[in-house]
Each structure stands twice: as structure tokens, then as C-alpha cells.
Design a protein around this ligand. Sequence first.
Ligand SMILES: [Zn+2]
Length: 211
Amino acid sequence: MKVHDALRFAGYTIALGAFTEIIYTIYKKIAKKSNAKKDMTEVIFFPDSKVACVDYFTKVNGCVTRECRFSHKENSLSKLFMKLSRSIKSMDVCVFVMTCTDLTDLLIQAHRRGVCVRVITDCEQVDATGSQVWRLRSEGIAVRTDGSSFFMHHKFVVIDEKTLINGSFNWTRQAITGNQENLLISDNPMLVKEYHKQFEHLWTLYDPRST
Ligand SMILES: [Zn+2]
């Protein structure tokens, strides 16, 4: 009788173990699936202690400069560089001040490889010292401005209608290595949709043909 009970107990234990294993396997599969569906969201902060090397982070051959004075270590700017340089279809840029040549270069390179680049900025910043708007326009990139004494104060980019980059960050050297700034990078479809909708709204509003 005792042997029989012991065998039965062992049987139950094995069955329970097997059952637990199956449940755990199913749980892992479901968890993996739901993680894969989760939106990618990241926050980056400035200032960076050093300016990232745009060539190192965006060029196929990397940086070929001897004793490069820029940083080859990943930082906030390098993450922004990589997001912009990997655009495939479109970049809708809505930024108050644009004086950073490296970031402007990435828009020009994207435009040259067939990405639809549209830029909205503040009309009073167009002729400010170091403004890159003339470079964008000379490359054939469409730039629209608010034409108002109020500020077009946004600082956001929508890439490929899939990724939003938004925060306090103007495209200036001071914002990179001086100011306290933040940028949220998100693939959340609801956020991307709302910002893209607002970009389209402003793009139409600031159409020079409609004024
Ligand atoms: Zn370098």
C-alpha cells in the first residue's frame, strides 16, 4: 500500500512538473510576442560632453580623419544622427532654430538619396546668424515658415511616418554641448500619427501660394 502511494505521488509530481513546464513555455512565447509588439520609446538628454563625429556614426566607411577631434563614443547626438541617416521614405522636420551643419548635412544627404524632406521653421530664424535654411533651399529642399510675429516654436521630426523625435532640442551647437535639453524618440503609432497630422496642417497653413 505504501509503495503504491509513493508511486502514485511520484506520478503526480512528474505530471505536475510537465504541466508547469508546458505552461511556462506558453507564457514565454506569449511574452515574447507581446514584447515584439511593444513600441520602441527612448529618451535622450543633452548636453553631450563632446560633439559626436557625424562621419563615424553615419558613413559606410566611418570616420577617416586622423586624430578626429569629435567623439566616436555613442552619445545623445550620435543617436539622433543615426535616426536621421537611416530615413528611407520621408523626413518631416519642424524645428524652431537650425544652425547645426552636421544635422543639416544629414537632411541634404537624405534628400539626395531620394527621401522626401520637408522643413518648417520660424520665419525670424531664417536669416539669423548661422541659419542653414539657405543651404536646404539651395539643395531644392522645400522649407516653409510661419510668417508670423509669434514663434513657430516646435522641435520635432517625423521619420518615414513611423518614428517621432520630439522635445526641447533646437538644432544648434549650444543645444548639443551646452543646454539642458531632452528628446523623446518613439515609434508609438498614436503619437506619430498626431504629430504627422500637425505637420501636414502647418505645411498647408504655411504654403506660400495660399497667402
Ligand atoms: Zn571622427
